[in-house]
Write a protein that binds this ligand. Structure first.
Ligand SMILES: Cc1cc2nc3c(=O)[nH]c(=O)nc-3n(C[C@H](O)[C@H](O)[C@H](O)COP(=O)(O)O)c2cc1C
Length: 310
């Protein structure tokens, strides 16, 4: 299929992806759930749902709601904890031909580091993605990802305990993503993921109740795409490390837009819920675009947006 000379592979730190398309954490289970629906080995990498040290029951239902051009979720970072993940999901993931990116989180700097250390010791993990959009219980609930000092502490603590590629997943809820991106890079992050979901709320006007039991949740899907594109563009200007862009990608055109804004790779999220083939359609569409535009290497697209001359 296509020109064999064409290069679609990209580097995320020392992680090589055979193409620039992964899936967004939390929208693809732990990979195995999607194995009957798509060939996982065609992806650039499989990114799994967030894991903290101990199991997490998650929030009460309803915890998802459809909104115009997107969805709200408040899953509550449900998960099996490190041991549960290793026992239940790792035997399947470690046999895949493509790397696994494990999304991790904690409520203290020490917990992030401990989870990172455990996955480093496991062997065979492709990369760790740090979800820093979580409250720090030792800092009055402030999100790690919204404060340069806290963010740097988390990244540096993980950096100390692992040589695995570290991808810092940025919170969008910040006045200046450039500063935070730079803080993550300076603390030793190998890459950034931009962006996580946006805080949001929806109300059922007939019952007058919030549509989520948690009242508020995270907005994802096409509704956030132009905001995410701007965040990627701003972060890319601030750092030298690669960026995985995400937010509302539904097709190859959306993905190419993220690459042009400065992303090296992309992740498909919410679209997996209604069309599990989306990541593979995006890969095929990028290849097709490259053929039509005579682009030999996907890396040529990264940051190729042409800005008006001032
Ligand atoms: C149901 C759901 C669960 C999610 N869980 C996580 C998670 O565990 N960790 C994380 O870093 N991001 C999580 N996210 C955010 C996504 O990884 C992604 O950043 C976001 O959905 C934007 O991409 P999209 O618009 O293509 O969905 C979740 C998103 C959704 C919709």
């Amino acid at each position: 299929m296509g020109d064999p000379e064409m290069n679609l592979s990209v580097q995320i730190g020392k992680l090589t992806m055979q193409n620039p398309v992964t899936v967004a954490s939390g929208t693809f289970g732990y990979g195995a759930e999607y194995a009957r629906l798509i060939d996982l080995n065609l992806l650039g990498a499989v990114t799994v749902k967030g894991i903290r040290l101990n199991p997490v029951p998650g929030n009460p239902t309803p915890r998802t709601a459809e909104v115009t051009s997107g969805m709200l979720n408040a899953i509550g970072l449900q998960g099996p904890g490190v041991d549960g993940f290793i026992k239940k999901y790792w035997p399947f993931l470690k046999e895949l031909k493509v790397p696994t990116i494990i999304n991790i989180w904690g409520t203290t700097v020490e917990e992030y580091a401990e989870v990172a250390r455990r996955f480093d010791a496991l062997g065979g993990v492709g990369a760790l993605e740090l979800n820093v959009s979580c409250p720090n219980i030792k800092a009055g609930g402030a999100q790690f990802g919204t404060d340069c000092t806290l963010l740097a502490q988390v990244v540096a603590a993980c950096r100390q305990v692992t040589t695995l590629p570290l991808i810092t997943k940025m919170s969008p809820n910040v006045p200046n993503i450039a500063q935070l991106a730079k803080a993550a890079e300076d603390a030793g992050s190998d890459a950034l993921a931009v962006t996580n979901s946006f805080p949001a709320m929806a109300i059922d006007i007939h019952t007058r109740k919030p549509k989520l039991a948690n009242i508020t949740g995270g907005l994802t899907g096409p509704a956030i795409k132009p905001i995410a594109i701007k965040l990627v563009w701003e972060a890319a200007k601030a750092v030298r490390i690669p960026i995985i862009g995400m937010g509302g990608i539904q097709n190859a055109d959306d993905a190419i837009e993220f690459l042009m804004a400065g992303a090296t790779a992309v992740a498909v999220g919410t679209a997996n819920f209604y069309e599990p083939q989306t990541p593979l359609q995006v890969i095929a569409g990028i290849r097709d675009f490259m053929e039509r535009k005579k682009i030999g290497d996907v890396r040529e697209i990264t940051g190729s947006v042409q800005l008006p001359k001032k």
